[in-house]
Design a binder for this molecule. Structure first.
Ligand code: LLP
Length: 432
């Protein structure tokens, strides 16, 4: 569910006309609906309410300060993967005491910063990392709270780049070795075993992989809880969202028309599949959703620049590019494309492409869309997660503005970069 709908023929975000907003901010630009994020948070929170739980938003999905602030106000904790994200969470008013720190490559500096900030837990990905954390904690005179990430060897049935719970992936410690690693960890002087963690992948659209991971891990978690006094089990993120019919999915009636085989997961389905395995553990269950909270809450606005016809193709060239939203290029990710002014124009088979000098710079290939003309504006739907967060300045294109909307109000949460921003920190070095 989200708040992007056509009203009198124009696309709105909540009460804001996006055509008018695009005229003010220029294009390309990211726009986020604050109400969608809050409602997604409340819906998931309520579905999980039978558990003693905490939602730790995966900041990597979208780490704009305003979004972190909004979620902190809702009561979210944070799943972070770098000291940069920890810095952002602190700046946004989030509490380090509600942060878990994941990632396979934490540097000594990052570990020190997290220890000084008194985070809730390090989610440890290897024995080597455990030893490093123990030694740094010792030198800082601290006891580091840790959880070990256990890889359950479950197929998340998602894109191979975002599947993390198989034994061939680089993440976590194999389920068969977990008990031994916990016993070794228990003998370390400067760590305290606080929890256990898992995360099987992202954009998961069926309940089966979650249920399988929960069922497979529950006996181990129970044993380790009893043996080491663990207080939490973090079940990771991964709850998928609708990309293909993103606009239609704003309407509750659209959901009612879907059959169960149609692979559409709701927070309620997710909760029903895992609660029977997790509730009997009688411990704090953490969740690390990223995409579910913010994905459908954001769009990328763009303007058509040219129509280029070749014997093979009809190209609609827009002003956004792969550097602004890399998901189609990187994962062949699908983003629905809709015109900001509702259109009765003839559906035409086209490629929607950006200006970057790579054939991978496309948003849609061979897709039937209403015929567009230069000057028309479009929205790339479901761009709130892993959109701006994965953007770059490739081709020396300044980073985009981000606008937060609530009701009829729209505020810039980040300004468009200038050419001076593009070269900030650089200098001409002449060594001859
Ligand atoms: N927890 C851990 C340890 C993670 O690695 C991730 C995501 C999450 C939680 C949040 O997962 P989510 O609820 O958002 O699925 N850039 C890719 C997605 C990468 C996900 C990386 N890890 C994309 O655009 O599809």
């Amino acid at each position: 569910m989200h708040h992007f709908t056509y009203q009198n023929g124009s696309l709105y975000c909540e009460g804001v006309n996006l055509e008018e907003l695009a005229s003010e901010t220029g294009t390309p630009a990211y726009v986020y609906s604050a109400s969608t994020i809050s409602e997604n948070f409340r819906r998931l929170d309520s579905a999980l309410s039978p558990l003693n739980h905490e939602i730790c938003y995966a900041a990597k999905a979208n780490s704009n300060l305003s979004i972190l602030h909004l979620l902190a106000k809702q009561g979210a904790g944070f799943d972070i993967v770098s000291s940069g994200e920890l810095f952002r969470v602190k700046k946004a008013g989030g509490s380090p005491a509600h942060c878990t720190f994941a990632g396979v490559g934490k540097t000594a500096e990052e570990i020190r910063y997290a220890l000084e900030s008194d985070i809730y837990s390090f989610n440890v990905e290897s024995e080597e990392e455990l030893l490093r954390i123990d030694s740094i904690a010792g030198s800082c005179g601290k006891k580091a709270p840790v959880a070990i990430r256990v890889n359950p060897d479950v197929d998340a049935q998602t894109h191979k780049f975002i599947s993390t719970g198989k034994s061939k992936n680089k993440f976590g410690i194999g389920i068969d070795r977990a008990e031994a690693v916990y016993s070794d960890a228990a003998s370390l002087k400067n760590v305290s075993l606080r929890g256990i963690q898992t995360h099987i992948g992202s954009q998961i659209l069926t309940t089966a992989p979650f249920a399988e991971a929960a069922a497979k891990l529950a006996p181990l978690v129970k044993k380790l809880k009893d043996r080491h006094g663990l207080e939490f089990f973090s079940f990771g993120g991964g709850l998928g969202i609708i990309y293909s019919d993103a606009l239609e999915s704003a309407s509750p009636s659209w959901w009612e028309t879907r059959s169960p085989e149609d692979k559409r997961i709701t927070p309620e389905d997710y909760a029903a599949a895992i609660i029977p395995h997790l509730a009997p553990l009688e411990m704090r269950i953490l969740f690390e959703p990223g995409r579910f909270l913010v994905g459908n809450a954001g769009v990328l606005l763009s303007e058509v620049q040219y129509i280029k016809k070749t014997p093979a193709k009809h190209f609609t060239v827009v002003d956004a590019a792969m550097n602004d939203l890399i998901r189609p290029a990187l994962y062949e990710g699908y983003h629905q494309i809709v015109p900001l002014r509702e259109s009765q124009a003839t559906p035409t088979l086209m490629d929607v492409v950006g200006p970057v000098c790579e054939s991978g710079d496309f948003f849609a290939q061979d897709r039937e869309l209403p015929l567009l003309a230069p000057g028309d504006r479009i929205a790339l739907m479901s761009a709130g997660a892993y959109g701006f967060a994965m953007s770059s300045q490739y081709n020396s294109r300044p980073l985009l503005p981000e606008v937060l909307v609530k009701g009829t109000r729209a505020e810039l949460a980040r300004t468009r970069q200038s050419y001076d921003d593009l070269i900030a920190g650089e200098k001409i070095v002449e060594l001859e």
